[in-house]
Design a protein around this ligand. Structure first.
Ligand code: PCA
Length: 200
């Protein structure tokens, strides 16, 4: 059986809940399609999250890597096409705030996902879940994790499927924040199962 490393993030900024935390906990150990899910939670820290996920890849030796993050305010599941070599944005959970620095000094400006995005998108729409491809994962910790994973796999000549998916808020978070689009936690989790089912 193939192994999937599925990562989520802890809460960050002023969001007391991160729905990706619950999704990865719920799916840990599940067998979905050809894959056994191995879940890990990442810290929202610029200096730690990239090294952490690379350690997990080295320990677990997964056949594919899907990282999940919250994009509060987005109304759809968004499949990220590209990670950019830039760290910027609000303070992370340690209080560190990068100022547009490169993530990997001599790395490419951008790295494309190796997930089968079109296939995944079609699967989500067919299953009835609003989704689209996004051409920017931002410059915050999610983009950094996406970039670091793709860069690591390229450097180590591993042609695994890997990439990043942003999910909307769940209802509990929207109730807390007010006026942001939200999905039920159940729908978020099922949409992630659809994504896994559409890996090669
Ligand atoms: N979303 C943030 C970081 C953690 C998360 O879940 C992001 O989009 O960068």
């Amino acid at each position: 059986m193939k192994k999937l490393l599925l990562t989520g993030f802890e809460p960050f900024l002023n969001y007391p809940i991160n729905p990706t935390e619950e999704i990865v906990q719920a799916l840990d150990g599940a067998v979905i399609g050809d894959y056994m899910v191995c879940s890990k939670l990442l810290p929202v820290e610029f200096r730690l999250s990239g090294d952490r996920i690379i350690e997990y890849i080295q320990d677990i030796l997964p056949d594919a890597v899907i990282s999940l993050g919250l994009a509060a305010g987005r109304s759809q599941i968004t499949l990220e096409r590209i990670g950019i070599n830039c760290a910027d944005g609000e303070k992370d959970n340690t209080g560190y705030k990068p100022l547009g620095e490169r993530i990997v000094a001599d790395g490419a400006d951008g790295m494309f996902t190796s997930l089968p995005l079109n296939q995944m998108l079609e699967g989500l729409i067919e299953a009835g879940y609003p989704a689209s491809i996004s051409n920017s994962a931002g410059t915050y910790v999610c983009n950094q994790v996406m970039y670091r994973v793709l860069h690591h796999l390229q450097e180590t000549k591993q042609s695994k499927q890997a990439g990043f998916i942003h999910v909307p808020a769940n209802h509990s978070l929207a109730l807390h924040m007010g006026k942001i689009p939200s999905w039920s936690q159940q729908d978020l989790q099922e949409a992630v199962q659809v994504l896994i089912n559409h890996l090669n």
